[in-house]
Design a protein around this ligand. Structure first.
Ligand SMILES: [Mg+2]
Length: 281
């Protein structure tokens, strides 16, 4: 399908996205499309982007109630800091480290790991997500998940839902005799470093592809891009609790963050799938 700029604007108008700069975005989309899937990497945040939940919250729900109660205040405090942008990298590391430590407490019931695995396997993806990943896989576009959660558990949810991301960059655990023993220290991702871990891992493992699409629900997800010309898509759904304001999407408060090009109106990945159907056709 060859479309003119005018068709392109119409395509965007009906696509389920709000677009800040249609000309620029149309140009980016057509460049990515012309260069083909072999030159494309699609980066995904995971929580509230691919699943309608937080992986860490699912994990905590599998811990004994007393442990959950003991952690609740600390968790609430840190989530508030993350949400209002006052979290420092040191605090973000301390938050994730304390959560990881809670998982390797030898006093946890022996079925804790089994419970977490079952919870991960029964976590559904957002509508459209399976199509998005499978469409990319079949076309030969690379899919990379970058998350501040745990790689092993994201992998269980992915497999249970029939998707196989090319790579999952998140904290890898070490298991021993049916329990969580530790984690790979230099692979530890938290909210404020996941992009640096992702960039160093990918630099070692893959050469950069020319074109990139970044899909996330938060402004810091835009840091996952390796290219300056990436197409940035915000998902999560306007009007949901997780969404702030469109102004912030297009003009982020933190100057390191990149503005989003497209903002999906509805939660889930249905609009993204429509766009990828066009790009990969
Ligand atoms: Mg997220």
């Amino acid at each position: 399908m060859n479309i003119t700029p005018e068709d392109g604007h119409n395509f965007l108008a009906d696509s389920g996205f709000i677009v800040a700069q249609p000309d620029l975005v149309y140009e980016k989309i057509e460049q990515i499309r012309a260069d083909g899937p072999e030159n494309l990497t699609v980066y995904f945040d995971w929580d509230y982007t691919v699943i309608d939940n937080s992986t860490w919250r699912i994990i905590r729900s599998c811990l004994p109630e007393q442990v959950q109660r003991d952690l609740a205040g600390f968790v609430a405090q840190n989530i508030t800091k993350l949400d209002d942008g006052t979290m420092t990298p040191g605090e973000s590391l301390a938050f994730t480290s304390k959560m990881l430590d809670a998982l390797r407490n030898p006093d946890l019931p022996s079925d804790t790991l089994a419970k977490i695995r079952v919870a991960m396997a029964s976590t559904p993806l957002f509508e459209g997500a399976q199509d998005v990943f499978n469409r990319c896989e079949q076309a030969g576009a690379e899919t990379i998940v970058g998350s501040a959660a745990i790689a092993d558990f994201i992998g269980i949810t992915a497999t249970a839902n029939g998707i196989a991301p090319s790579r999952i960059i998140a904290t890898p655990l070490r298991f021993n005799m049916g329990r969580i023993a530790s984690w790979v220290e230099d692979g530890l991702t938290h909210d404020l470093n996941k992009h640096t871990v992702l960039h160093s891992r990918l630099a070692a493992e893959t050469t950069a592809r020319a074109n990139e699409i970044v899909i996330g629900d938060r402004p810091h997800d835009t840091l996952m891009a390796r290219s300056d010309d990436a197409l940035f898509i915000q998902v999560g759904g306007i009007g949901t609790d997780n969404f702030k304001t469109l102004g912030e999407s297009f003009a982020p408060k933190n100057e390191e963050h990149r503005p989003f090009d497209l903002v999906a109106i509805e939660p889930g990945l249905v609009a993204v799938d429509g766009l990828l159907r066009h790009i990969l056709s």
